[in-house]
Design a protein around this ligand. Sequence first.
Ligand code: 5GP
Length: 139
Amino acid sequence: MPTIFSQIAAGEIPARVVYEDETTMAFLDATPLAPGHTLVIPKDEYPRLNDVPADVASELYATIHQLVPAVEAAVDADASTVAFNNGEAAGQEVPHVHCHILPRFEGDGGSNVHGIAGDLPDLSEDELDSIAEDIESRA
Ligand code: 5GP
């Protein structure tokens, strides 16, 4: 069963499309958290960022780069939060990679990315070194 976003990309479900090229697409979120809340997707279905091939990732970022200033200007935003919920445990509901461009306004009452974390970990210097080495070895 294709995701709801694949159905939007195929033109089978209506959406307020604001940008489209061969590989990517952007449309307004159906339940906006702010005016101009926009989603950017690869048209092909990849559940998580981890699954996106490098060439598609480059094109996806190029579209995000183009859309962020356009979205902010359209709604006269002061800033934006640009984020992926990457996986179910991170709150991703639609298993088709999508970037949220969420316009932000001075005093809008929202939080920053620090506000989405749960309990803060208590990590020693050794543990931090070990984690950094492990990531570096896999990158
Ligand atoms: P997630 O939690 O997966 O990162 O966010 C999914 C987003 O997709 C939500 O913000 C939700 O409002 C939006 N959404 C879900 N279904 C539809 C739809 O059919 N059309 C549009 N335009 N947005 C949708």
